[in-house]
Design a binder for this molecule. Structure first.
Ligand code: SF4
Ligand code: SF4
Length: 255
């Protein structure tokens, strides 16, 4: 988040709350805080009578490298108690369309669960699965998830990374985006591609749902978003492939 509240200056007047189209400002113990929903629109800065809301400079990092070096669409396939969450299959449908528009491939990332679950993701449309069977992922924990996803993104440079807007996705995706110094759009209900720029058009409700906002991350990669479960139905065209036609070799074990 390139916008923060200077807690020394904040008087807790709550003037800023209604200025945010993304409900990204919350009150905590009498002070304003800006959370991961912030889209850096800067609308709140002039609203604070104390000058407590300030813009901070982004440090250079992964996001400012040559964005042309980033290719491919990734979805994080959330698993709970060893079973892949249905939102992962919804994301495969969304991601496949985005990948086709970009003329690239789609990969799934799976931490925990079994080899057969990784192979299911291939059957449901992933070209490749990055799979860790480390027992540390049997139960969700922010830090190991953030550490490994960050490492994989740095090594492989996908241009788009999606996950479900679930408690798990909301919990660790902001950490990964912050480490990568890139943008994260929360709670998207639709995603499209601008084919000329390869930018991801991240569409989500704003101003309490009264308008739909389209958010871009044109200068940093990867473009990261969480997607509301059931925002799209599992595509009828996304039929699981027969194992004989699409063998499970593309599952890559993460060392
Ligand atoms: S408007 Fe400024 S002083 Fe008032 S709550 Fe928001 S940040 Fe704090
Ligand atoms: S989204 Fe805009 S108005 Fe809301 S906190 Fe971020 S910069 Fe301020």
């Amino acid at each position: 988040m390139p916008v923060i509240v200077d807690l020394e200056k904040c008087k807790g007047c709550e003037e800023c709350l209604s200025s945010c189209p993304f409900d990204a400002i919350i009150m905590r113990e009498g002070k304003a805080y800006i959370n991961e929903y912030c889209q850096a629109c800067m609308a709140c800065i002039s609203m604070c009578p104390e000058g407590a809301i300030i813009e901070i400079e982004r440090e250079s990092g992964a996001g400012t490298e040559d964005i042309q070096a980033y290719r491919g669409v990734w979805i994080f396939a959330e698993q709970r108690e060893g079973k892949i969450a249905s939102v992962a299959f919804e994301l495969l449908g969304i991601g496949r369309k985005l990948a086709d528009d970009l003329k690239t491939d789609i990969s799934a990332v799976l931490f925990g669960a079994s080899q057969s679950h990784a192979e299911d993701l291939i059957k449901w449309g992933a070209d490749r699965v990055y799979h860790s069977t480390d027992r540390i992922f049997d139960n969700f924990n922010d830090e190991p998830h953030a550490d490994l996803l960050y490492r994989l993104i740095r090594e492989n440079r996908p241009e788009i990374v999606l996950t479900g807007a679930t408690p798990i996705g909301r919990s660790f995706f902001p950490r990964v985006a912050a480490r990568l110094r890139t943008g994260l759009t929360a709670d998207c209900t639709s995603l499209e591609i601008d084919k000329d720029s390869r930018n991801l058009l991240q569409i989500r409700p704003a101003f309490g749902g009264n308008i739909m906002a389209t958010i871009l991350c044109p200068n940093h990669r990867p473009q990261m978003a969480t997607v509301r479960p059931r925002a799209v139905s599992i595509s009828a065209s996304l039929i699981p492939a027969e194992t004989e036609d699409k063998p499970p070799e593309p599952v890559a074990a993460i060392p």
